[in-house]
Design a protein around this ligand. Sequence first.
Ligand code: HEM
Length: 155
Amino acid sequence: MFSSPLLPTSYFLLPIFGHPFHPMTVHFPIAFYLLGVLLTLAYLWRGRADYEQFAYWSFTLSWLAALVASLTGLVDQNQLELADPRRENVNSHITAGVALLILNGLLLYLRFRWPDVLTSRRWPYLGLMLLGTIAVLATAWLGADLVYRWRVGIL
Ligand code: HEM
């Protein structure tokens, strides 16, 4: 465990008055992705076309929000010195985040390419959605680990 991991200079590398910016952006991809999953399941259960339409929008917003969160995360990771061993933990977090971007992107592509994807390619689509769910939960878990276990971003 690192007692006081951040040098005073690191403070000035954090973007908004010394506060990490990334945590302000991370809730959106998580919430929109999980909302998309719930709406898809609701559509499969009730068969209402508007649920499926809202799920598509929700996955679109989650992908855009994951992109924004990734950019702010890349800025925030500069608070760590290059030799800081916690960069390894950040890398695991990044791997999960990139997996999320790819899986969420594939969902969007499939839905855009085949608007009836939930009928014509139901199981591959739902399988991707499940993998994306694992990726979003893993990204969030590893991110929280960075803060609450390894004290990244805590001054
Ligand atoms: C290239 C991509 C990413 C990088 C480099 C990155 C980096 C970081 C860093 C350095 C932290 C520590 C807190 C801070 O200093 O800001 C963190 C925390 C966190 N990250 Fe990421 N991140 C990335 C993508 C994502 C994405 C896409 C999500 C959401 C789906 C996410 C969710 C989180 C969460 C939930 C935390 C904990 C925040 C808290 O509890 O305060 N990250 N990340």
